[in-house]
Design a protein around this ligand. Structure first.
Ligand code: F6P
Length: 545
């Protein structure tokens, strides 16, 4: 079944939301809190080891009711059923979208074009398990008989960001293997990493869904040449593994069939860390931890599929985001994890969210006349507080922000954790309440400033407040809770795409640049430069001189 093609702006509920926005936009969050003692309780969802407090948002009961009606009016329920049932919801590429199958239970049945894919999924999982166990235990050895010490993941986009983010996030659970990531076609990236590696003890994992990506093939080829300066063609079988849907190209590259891990076209690159694309994760933290990551994601899948929308965390996250994006005109959202281990989390979600919902043509093929995909950014707290929080507090832009934190730290240093979490709570409180002129004046009086000094300084010390935040408080950063957290955002992406009436699972927007780079590479390498605009032409001439 195809997804419905409902223009959200033409629904009755959109008109009601617009009117409601006009009525409520001037209300300060302070007022909303002081007029309802139950607000925090009402707008908090508790699920497994997650607490999701969305009370510090510019919403009332009526806002939520209207947004939930919007979800009904665009047939979100039907779309979710289609998503899980393997409908070709990636219509422009004619594909199902089933990263949920990668973390489903063995006995589940997930049909793609009438065929249950679960046996295949579990066959690959079994292969990942055997391979990673053998590498970690030292049973699999390099060409001179030494056990592996280093693993290099060669991939880009979804074939890099997911494994890189997760291995960093789960560093606490890591084994002895050192993992490295080569992604950029910038030769300085690969050469810098090779500089410190020993070919005898390094395993290379080439990850590319298509196995045609310029960056990945260039890096893999450079690495192969480097390796062949030390080992032989035959030794490649011991040192290279590949993850791809393209078995032909892998064979051409010369990777041994025993080290090939298939994936499927119904797994989008930016949702692929759950597949064999996560091989580097499994190597770094062991198969059991990798599997726990998948189990966590599966629990979110069940929560998303089965909970009422009013109690469904990804649905609520998505509706709030639509509220700010389409009614308040907020262009960006910040994601701030209060966990250094999650330092790559926002970068990872940038691809997931912006490659998915950065679209301006609706599902009927018309150019949209409303805003779609939000711009995502962020860095861990507390570092970000000392970098860009000034703008969130006192700038002119509205930036809804997700605060992600954990009740317990992993190393158990209570002193540090209490300080970290004090900042986490303080920021959402400060962003919500702000500081009024009266409060500033009182404070300055207490510091014995004169009237004229106070008059001069007070305007700069006022905080308007009323800045929306979500607080996601999780017990502990574990493979399972991380899997659950990532999947919450994945489903948020889905819900937003359905509401905006766009196709979230293609990425045609990255093609044009790739195409032109092909032509320009010839211009750089050949003596003649082909036809370009005057700026590009002059730049190329200058570069080639
Ligand atoms: O250029 C974008 C993209 O297609 C992403 O969607 C994908 O994650 C990345 O390139 C890498 O693609 P591949 O895994 O096929 O090398």
């Amino acid at each position: 079944m195809a997804l419905s093609k409902i223009n959200p702006q033409q629904t009755d509920i959109w008109k009601k939301l617009t009117a409601h926005f006009e009525e409520t936009k001037g209300t300060h969050l302070r007022t909303l809190f002081s007029s309802d003692a139950n607000r925090a309780e009402k707008f908090t969802l508790q699920w497994n080891d997650f607490l999701f407090d969305y009370s510090k948002n510019r919403i009332t009961d009526e806002t939520m009711q209207l947004l939930l009606q919007l979800a009904d009016e665009v047939n979100l329920k039907g779309a979710i059923d289609d998503y899980y049932a393997g409908g070709h919801i990636n219509e422009t590429e004619g594909r199902a979208v089933l990263h949920t199958a990668l973390r489903a239970k063995k006995d589940d049945e997930v049909l793609v074009d009438g065929v249950n894919v679960m046996p295949e999924v579990y066959e690959v999982k079994e292969h990942i398990k055997e391979f990673t166990n053998a590498v970690i235990s030292g049973e699999l050895k390099g060409y001179t008989g030494k056990p592996f010490t280093d693993v290099v993941n060669i991939g880009i986009g979804g074939s890099d960001l997911g494994p890189a983010m997760v291995t960093e996030a789960l560093k606490f659970y890591k084994n002895h293997l050192s993992v490295h990531f080569v992604s950029n076609v910038d030769g300085d990236h690969v050469h810098e990493i090779l500089k410190n590696l020993d070919p005898e003890t390094t395993l290379f994992v080439v990850v590319s869904k298509t196995f045609t990506t310029q960056e990945t093939l260039s890096n893999a080829t450079t690495i192969k040449k480097w390796f062949l300066k030390h080992g032989t063609q035959e030794d490649i079988a011991k040192h290279f593994a590949a993850v791809s849907t393209n078995s032909e190209k892998i064979a051409e590259f010369g990777i041994d069939a025993a080290n090939v891990f298939p994936m499927w076209d119904w797994v989008g690159g930016r949702f692929s860390l759950w597949s064999a694309v996560g091989l580097t994760i499994a190597l770094a933290v062991g198969y059991d931890n990798f599997n726990a990551l998948l189990e966590g994601a599966h629990e979110t899948d069940v929560h998303f599929k089965e909970s009422d929308f009013s109690e469904n965390i990804p649905v609520v996250m998505a509706l709030l985001s639509v509220w700010y994006n389409n009614f308040y005109g907020a262009e960006t959202e910040a994601i701030i994890p209060y966990a250094q281990y999650l330092s790559r989390f926002s970068a990872y979600l940038q691809q997931g969210i912006m490659e998915s919902n950065g679209k301006s043509v609706d599902r009927a093929g018309n150019v949209v006349n409303y805003e779609t995909g939000t711009i995502i950014w962020g860095e861990p707290g507390t570092n970000s507080q000392h970098a860009f929080f000034q703008l969130i507090h006192q700038g002119t832009k509205l930036i809804p922000t997700d605060f992600i934190g954990f009740k317990y730290s992993l190393h158990g240093d209570k002193d540090h954790h209490n300080k970290l979490m004090a900042n986490y709570f303080a920021q959402t409180e400060a962003l919500m309440n702000g500081k009024t002129k009266d409060e500033v004046v009182k404070e300055l009086k207490e510091k014995d400033l004169t009237e004229s000094e106070i008059d001069k300084l007070a305007p700069f010390k006022v905080f308007a407040g009323n800045k929306p935040t979500n607080t996601v408080l999780i017990d502990k950063l574990t493979p399972k809770s991380l899997g659950a957290l990532i999947a919450l955002y994945e489903h948020k992406i889905f819900v937003q795409g359905i509401i905006w009436n766009i196709f979230s699972y293609d990425q045609w927007g990255v093609e044009l640049g790739k195409q032109l780079a092909g032509t320009i590479l010839k211009d750089i390498e050949n003596s003649e430069i082909s036809d370009h605009d005057s700026s590009t032409l002059r730049l190329l001439q200058y570069f080639k001189k």
